[in-house]
Design a protein around this ligand. Structure first.
Ligand code: AMP
Ligand code: MN
Ligand code: MN
Length: 328
């Protein structure tokens, strides 16, 4: 049983509330924050969702269809009564918005990551939830929310995106019950699948072709490795958003148990590494050893090259650990 009491009390005592999804916000981070914002507004609270970067095009329906505003950090004044980090596993994933979190009177976090840092005063984190949105649904039920179509759109978006359209092993009977409840409210939500998983840009297709061409195999084909550089994106006319599904795409190759997808990070010498796996390996555990985190089947690492280690040496170290993990 989840103890919602501390967060319910914190909400009751707050007038101004800031919601903080993780950096590079995905459908779950934005959908969860969106559902919570709509509910809190209905309760008469002043709510701001502060995002790190502009919302991805494919999630822009959250603005148009769920009437949400996602504020960039410079639009937001610190000092809310309550800050809630949503789908944020680690303090570092607040990015430049740490002051918005730290300078609030109360700090809370609602999340579903298994490997995570304890950085809030009030934490509700359940790794059994397929998406943070599943937890938000629970909180809204606890608080007797009136269900509306925009709230249903937000919750469903979180579920659809974090479960690969209800395909991954994180889906529980309860996940489908929540989805069913949202479908009862909104009637038609199939368009959310089309918006988030189909609807691929031509530049995404060009980048996909390059990606398959550059995919390497390690460990007798059990590991797929892909590194895309700025030039690959430029040649395809692609953006970061165009490569969102690539880690899952590599994991889907026959015989592959673990995929590694490497992109450039925000700063020079920084790398963003996405890991996906099947039951052969707990990639959250391996990611944790490298300062990252996530879920057993989907995790990530931010690697900053220093201490004299080259990226190639790091790559070897990571692949070695993943192989050991699969053998264990
Ligand atoms: P991604 O590969 O970026 O889709 O991330 C997969 C999962 O790993 C998500 O649940 C992220 O929250 C988590 N994750 C990604 N990068 C990091 C990181 N640098 N540190 C901790 N968790 C991460
Ligand atoms: Mn997320
Ligand atoms: Mn999530």
């Amino acid at each position: 049983m989840i103890d919602w009491t501390p967060i319910k009390n914190a909400i009751r005592d707050a007038k101004q509330i800031v919601l903080l999804p993780h950096i590079y916000a995905d459908g779950d981070a934005l959908g969860s924050a969106g559902a919570l914002a709509l509910f809190l507004q209905d309760q008469g609270k002043q709510v701001t969702i502060a995002v790190e970067e502009a919302v991805q095009d494919k999630l822009s329906f959250l603005t148009s269809k769920a009437n949400l505003h996602f504020a960039l950090p410079e639009e937001v004044v610190p000092g809310a009564d309550l800050a809630i980090a949503v789908d944020v596993s680690d303090y570092a994933r607040l990015g430049s918005r740490k002051p918005l979190f730290d300078q609030a009177r109360v700090q809370a976090r609602i999340d579903h990551h298994g490997v995570s840092g304890d950085f809030a005063t009030i934490t509700v984190c359940n790794p059994e939830w397929a998406a943070t949105a599943e937890g938000i649904y629970g909180l809204l039920c606890e608080m007797d929310a009136s269900w509306t179509v925009p709230i249903a759109i937000c919750v469903y978006t979180g579920l659809v995106t974090d479960t690969g359209c209800f395909a991954y092993s994180n889906v529980r009977p309860e996940t489908l019950r929540v989805a069913a409840a949202m479908l009862e409210v909104a009637r038609d939500l199939s368009w959310i699948y089309r918006e988030t998983f189909e609807n691929k840009t031509k530049s995404c297709i060009a980048l996909t072709a390059a990606a398959y061409g550059k995919t390497e195999y390690e460990d007798a084909g059990r590991i797929a490795y892909l590194r895309l550089e700025a030039k690959d994106y430029a040649d395809a006319g692609a953006t970061d958003e165009d490569s969102e599904g690539f880690s899952a795409m590599l994991r889907a190759i026959q015989g592959v148990h673990v995929s590694i997808f490497v992109r450039d990070g925000r700063e020079n010498g920084q790398y963003r590494i996405s890991l996906r796996s099947d039951e052969a390996c707990d990639v959250a555990k391996v990611a944790g050893e490298f300062g990252g985190g996530g879920h057993a089947r989907a995790a990530g690492i931010t690697y900053i090259s220093d201490k004299g280690e080259t990226f190639t040496q790091f790559k070897t170290r990571l692949i070695t650990r993943l192989k050991e993990c699969m053998e264990a």
